[in-house]
Design a protein around this ligand. Structure first.
Ligand code: NAI
Ligand code: PYR
Ligand code: MG
Length: 601
């Protein structure tokens, strides 16, 4: 009787194997009973999934994916044949993390901080992500914008160790085999750039590799994608940046940028090659110049699992930010009631205008009515009737205003139309001058001012300026973070409106259900989830986005909404359990050490 009960219980309990000895917490796993038997407590058994590696001995210590530095336990050192190869004292993750924070804060410049973290990432990815996640507000600006911009500008000089893959014009015809050089079979997210428009810094050629690396760090930290399943890519099609081409330390192809067929055929070979090896991966296009970004998106949207972060991700995050800003205004007005100025008509500006237009249509306007509430400006001024249709791209054309010529300055146009919302996507620092911002403040109690260009040096105005010129009344969000501003004893908290609040969730949700594509509906579902994740307390504190410290929770909410939308529209190839949030949370990679198992057969 007892033995039958025991075997039943034993079947339920996970088998204790010798290699799993170290992760088991030193709690009683069983209670002995008076009759000589025992009862197991499966719920007390903390089983950590092992991590398999083909590396042996020192290969393990030198592989950042499995390396634990000083945190290998003695039994594990024996098992992995590294006993004596690391210092004798075992220092766990907590002490290691404290050491990292101390070293990080001791760095004198932001670029040094970036290199410090990059060095850690190259040695021990688990610890890198532990430190990053625990200190995301402090470290995200170092790993990502704005500091990544500076790092890209000096990429060749700072280069220490390779990361990701480079495909270039000299690899034509080879890419389908080159993809097999990548050591991981199960890539989940690929971020690719051709370096032609890196943040607001222009053509940085192959130096732009810092951007896919930085974006994917956020995919791991926020979206819980396993670092082994990320692939940063530089698609090097040359550069028109003369200075770089003449720089002896420049690491990319030194010819001028490919154009037309030569360019698009290279892009196509790359796209087909990565999907051939990783058919379930999500491909994110990042920082392609406006001239090519839309054409590439149009070619693959709907037929491959891909999206353009600057067009679609920025559109989505800005729309969510505006919904938050309208809540912060505490008026009954809806998005569809607003007049909106979008300054900048590149891929980001037009992506934002298009998303806002879609948002207004969801609130009942026709496409034409929605377009009529948006004024788009570029470096020649308002896109008005004095512009020939054929001088505009197909995406810009719907925003050409037929009702006015477009000869007014930005300030005069604000005075005339009194928009409540001013968005900057120009990459031009200081474009929102004092007269421009004061004009916004004249007509609205709480003007909404979003200088969205990155990095900080390209922002159309600073948080301090926006608050000062509006007597602290502006509702402010920027692409790169600004510190809180104290005015008249009150602390004003700028928000960060950056596609980092969208792309990790889109990637996690779309790949989580094996969606066939990323649709506008999926992105719109992500917008609503992001907007809903801002609490009333945050709105009352003047914020229109959650703090960056909540980015993992935001990613889960966005991912669940994106995944549900894919399922509802019949393009999901995997149906996860009903509790999607719990499922996603369970599947997310977490920065914790796991038992390493050699799998050499
Ligand atoms: N916050 C965020 O999440 C994101 C921000 N961005 C930022 O958006 C900016 C623009 O990106 P893209 O559209 O790809 O660049 P782009 O170079 O294609 O477009 C810039 C646009 O600004 C216009 N412009 C330039 N000078 C102007 C002036 N003085 N007045 C009015 N318009 C002017 C240009 O005519 C062009 O239409 C970049 O700085 C980028 O960092 C992009 C994506 C996401
Ligand atoms: C944030 C981003 O994607 C950009 O500035 O290009
Ligand atoms: Mg970008």
């Amino acid at each position: 009787m007892l033995s039958r009960a025991f075997s039943r219980i034993a079947r339920r309990a996970p088998a204790v194997r010798s290699w799993a000895a170290e992760p088991v917490t030193p709690r009683a796993l069983v209670t002995t009973s008076a009759d000589g038997g025992f009862v197991v407590h499966p719920e007390d058994y903390e089983f950590k999934q092992p991590q398999f590696t083909r590396r042996r001995g020192m290969g393990i210590v030198h592989d950042p994916i499995v390396n634990k530095g000083t945190a290998f336990s003695l039994p594990e050192r024996d098992r992995l044949h590294i006993r004596g190869m690391v210092p004798p004292r075992e220092l766990g993750m907590d002490v290691q993390t404290q050491k990292i924070i101390k070293g990080f804060r001791a760095c004198e410049t932001d670029v040094e901080k970036h290199l410090f973290l990059q060095g850690l990432q190259d040695r021990n990815e688990t610890l890198f992500y532990k430190a990053l996640l625990d200190n995301i507000e402090e470290m995200a600006p170092i790993v990502y914008t704005p500091v990544v911009g500076k790092v890209c500008q000096q990429f060749g000089h700072l280069f220490r160790r390779t990361r990701g893959m480079y495909f270039s014009s000299q690899d034509r015809g080879q890419m389908a085999s080159m993809v097999y050089n990548w050591p991981h079979d199960d890539v989940q997210v690929i971020v690719v750039t051709d370096g032609s428009r890196i943040l607001g810094l222009g053509d940085l050629g192959a130096n732009g590799m810092g951007i896919p690396v930085g974006k994917l760090s956020l995919y791991v930290a926020a979206g819980g994608v396993d670092p082994r399943r990320t692939l940063p890519v530089m698609l090097d099609c040359g550069t028109d940046n003369e200075e770089l081409r003449n720089d002896p330390t420049y690491l990319g192809m030194t010819h001028r940028r490919l154009k037309g067929d030569e360019y698009f055929s290279l892009v196509h070979e790359f796209v087909m090659s990565v999907f051939q090896r990783w058919p379930n991966a999500l491909l994110q296009f990042e920082d392609f110049s406006t001239a090519n970004a839309q054409a590439i998106l149009d070619a693959y949207k709907g037929i491959k699992l891909c999206f353009n972060d600057d067009i679609q991700g920025t559109g989505a995050v800005t729309l969510a930010g505006l919904l938050g800003a309208l809540r912060a205004q505490k008026s009954d007005q809806m998005l569809r009631d607003q007049k909106i100025f979008v300054v900048g008509a590149g891929s980001a500006g037009i992506g934002v205008a298009t998303s806002i237009c879609q948002g207004m249509q969801h609130q009942g306007l026709t496409e034409e009515e929605a377009n009529s509430r948006i004024w788009v400006f570029d470096d020649k001024g308002l896109i008005g009737s004095n512009r020939a249709e054929d001088s505009l791209s197909p995406q810009q054309r719907p925003f050409r205003r037929r009702d006015e010529e477009g000869d007014l300055s930005l300030k005069d146009a604000i005075a005339k139309h009194r928009p409540a919302i001013l968005l900057g996507l120009t990459g031009v620092s200081g474009l929102f001058t004092e007269p421009v911002v004061r004009e916004m403040a004249k007509h609205h109690a709480r003007p909404i001012i979003f200088p969205l260009s990155n990095p900080t040096s390209s922002a159309e105005c600073t948080a301090e300026q926006a608050y000062e010129w509006t007597e602290g009344r502006a509702i402010f969000a920027s692409g790169s973070p600004f510190d809180p501003v104290v005015m008249n004893g009150k602390t004003l908290r700028p928000s960060q409106c950056n596609n980092m609040f969208i792309f990790p969730g889109v990637g996690l949700g779309a790949t989580g259900v094996r969606s066939k594509a990323v649709t506008d509906e999926m992105l719109f579902a992500g917008v609503q989830a992001l907007a809903d994740s801002v609490t009333e307390e945050e709105i009352d504190a003047g914020m229109v986005f959650p703090p960056v410290s909540k980015i993992r929770n935001v990613a889960i909410a966005v991912a669940a909404a994106v995944a549900r939308s894919a399922m509802a529209h019949g393009i999901a190839r995997r149906m996860p359990p009903a509790n999607l949030e719990a499922f996603l949370d369970r599947t997310m990679w977490k920065p914790e050490y796991r038992p390493i198992i050699q799998n050499v057969y």
